[in-house]
Design a protein around this ligand. Sequence first.
Ligand SMILES: Cc1ncc(COP(=O)(O)O)c(C=O)c1O
Length: 384
Amino acid sequence: MIYFNNAATTWPKPEVVYETVDKCFRGMESPMRSASESSLHDDVMTKSRDAMASFFGIEAPKQLVLTPGCTYALNLAILGIDWRQDDVILMSGLEHHAVSRPVRKVATEHGVRFEVAPYTPEQPIDLDFVERTLKRGRVRLVACTMASNVSGDTLPVADVIKIAQRYEVYTLIDCAQSAGVLDVNVAKLGADMVAFAGHKGLYGPPGIGGLYVAPGVDLRTLAEGGTGGDSGTHPLAHKLPNSYEVGTHNLPAIAGLAAGIKWVEGIGIENIRKHERSLVKKFIDGVSEIPGVTVYGSKDVEKRAGAVSITMDGISPKALARWLSTEHQVTTRAGFHCAPLAHETIGTCPGEGTTRFGFGFFNTLDEVCLVVDHLVHAPRTVSV
Ligand SMILES: Cc1ncc(COP(=O)(O)O)c(C=O)c1O
């Protein structure tokens, strides 16, 4: 079996992640959130949060809210702002539903408008458009993914943030596809909010992620409940990170994510990046030789992360993925990848989307060569 669906979730995970989750789950004498009831809880929470904060260059770990994934983190960031009628949100054309759906929700519920920045593979977010839109005023938030889960393009988020800072506009960066693959350093980036997923390039379990919230950014809570600390009062205190982490923590996932991050640090982001770049290059070079294949996104592998989307004349994206799976035990993902906006942007929606190949650290160049060879022989309804 060849697993090329790492853009959805990385698999397998490093052994140390499986072991850590198992050990933590079995050792949880009490999942409760108070030092007197469970010292393991506080130990895991503090050490894990510290490890994550250090990885992302976050000076004060309490600015990091642990969430049940990147989707929740992005929702917290977008729905948590005190929106006013006629505010404007600017986003890239490559955003995932986890950004575009909450943006549409605040547009419907609060009379907020949103604008989508133009895209070309050479300039995946039009920086002049960003500047012009911000200059007009009313923009409160710029949301931009650092790497697309559809086209694989990486976006110049540092430039976007610099422009936004001149106009004192909130910035939100979606690092679901970039954390663990590119350098994501909150202190260097200077973004107001940075969201990440635990189960992709950080090789952690599913259902865990986080949101960095810069000092001074005041978000509404999305859920009310117990924090373990202020049990005697009725209203929820307004404090980072506890007030945003109500309910019983997913301790095994949190410990597993911290183990994944330590594993990534041990290999080194630059080594992971180098390996994935070589896989992406080999794949793009190989499929570009096949007649009737279109590769989306930048031609420059330096400007790409680990996902590559293709379409092939004479076979639909879903039929190609199905054929690869049933005939060759190759796992990919076809369709719209929860990002119809990105597919509209690259020109595959309306349509049937793409077949996406998501490469990860455990893939090899031999696997890539084998799959390119399979693709040469894919069954087509037209001769090419
Ligand atoms: C770009 C992007 N943003 C957000 C998400 C949502 O992440 P999670 O699965 O952690 O909710 C994904 C997951 O596919 C993604 O690719």
